[in-house]
Ligand binder design. Sequence first.
Ligand code: C2O
Ligand code: CU
Ligand code: CU
Length: 494
Amino acid sequence: MHRRQVLTTGLATLALPMLGRGAFAAVSGRPLPIPPLAEAGGGVTTLTAAFGQSAFFDGRATPSWGYSQPFLGPTLRMKRGATARMRVENRLDFEITSHWHGGQFPGHMDGGPQLAIAPGAAWEPELEVDQPPATLWYHSHSHGFTAEQVYGGLAGMLQIVDPDRPDGLPGTYGEDDLPLVIQDRTFTESGGFSYAKQGPTRMHGFRGDQILVNGAIRPEAGVPAGLVRLRLLNGSNARIYHLRFSDGRRFHQVASEGGLLPAPVVMDGLTLAPAERAEIVVDFSDGAPVVLWSGADTNDPMSGMMGGLMGRGSAKPPRAVGAPRGVFEIMRFAPDPARPGKVASLPGILPAEIPDLGEPVRRRRFELSMMGGRGMMGGGGMGGMGAMTINGRSHDMARVDVQMRLGETELWEVIADEMAHPFHVHGTQFLVASRNGKPVDQALSGLKDVALVDGHAELLVQVNRKADARTPYMFHCHILEHEDSGMMGQFTVA
Ligand code: C2O
Ligand code: CU
Ligand code: CU
């Protein structure tokens, strides 16, 4: 039997009953897994995509997919100025791709849907790393199947580092510099992943009732009693997190998707949409244990009308102990007073590299819609609702939607009226010029490759790598069910 079927058919049958959440106890509080570090450089770095068995629960195995491990992949590190020779082997029995999300690599190295890796095959891109230090990620991007492939585990963190440009921030991997890949999942009675891309799940995007960080359910991280850098990646299909600490403590954001901010920005809460990253520095020097919480994700279209169906499409994690309504736990931090922090104080300014993109030479408009131009119920019933579109057109691998000129700055106006959509552009890092007519605050004024658009946003986009019509770049909604349903377009750069 095909392994793909093991994962997906299991899901389809088990998505319906959703038997009581108390049927088996989720194992939380395990130590935070730290993915192994895979440093590219020197020879070839191999990622092997394969079927695996994970143990999210005691005594139950969960079929999953991963890169060189059962679920998710190692943290890839690439050095600025070096060439990363990658080899992605596909030992699964379906096509995958390997997209370097946030990377500035030419179209034929980008790993988009056109660069399918057949079962048994390998892909060997040579990536010339030439962009500021940043927290990126990699994931499969197969046409129409990105949602289930990422859900099953085909994702990992990617860090760009620049040893010649010290930033003064905590930076010892796994000690005071932690990768945190936050995802939500739903499990079946037998411990398998539950997922079916239909009806409300497709419309709203999938939301699960268990929170995983680096592939463990609500884990606990032992940290030094000092400053710790957390590299947060929302690797969820659709859930938007509204993060804060249980004791309301403040923290500083130091980087967004594309790299450092000019100075740390103090805050007591942070919204992280799918595929967004934020690096924050948290002070644990008081030695007090603390829980990272999230507020509820309310990003649903027509919640009244669809209300009756939402139970299945939009599961809710249980309320955290002592938390207000709707607030759930992501993970815990247990500072160790015997381990002082390595970095005594937060620098006042950071070596940010935010370019001046100048005046845009042209304007483009991107209207995101879930109505498919045919009315929501077009296409026959809940299972086959109208396609999702950008400017009235659903994604087509054979059509180039936009042709850009190398190095020219454009103003992209993005419109999302039905619900908020995290809009992502490949091949570059953009700047957000405005959201709903207002300039953005400091934390959003750095380089980004995903912007949550709720209404209207203006992005300044300049691309400095080439992509031809055979391997174009993508722009799309990063709610993966929306992307797979057609809310995606392609662009060339010449
Ligand atoms: Cu994170 Cu088109 O991708
Ligand atoms: Cu991308
Ligand atoms: Cu969307």
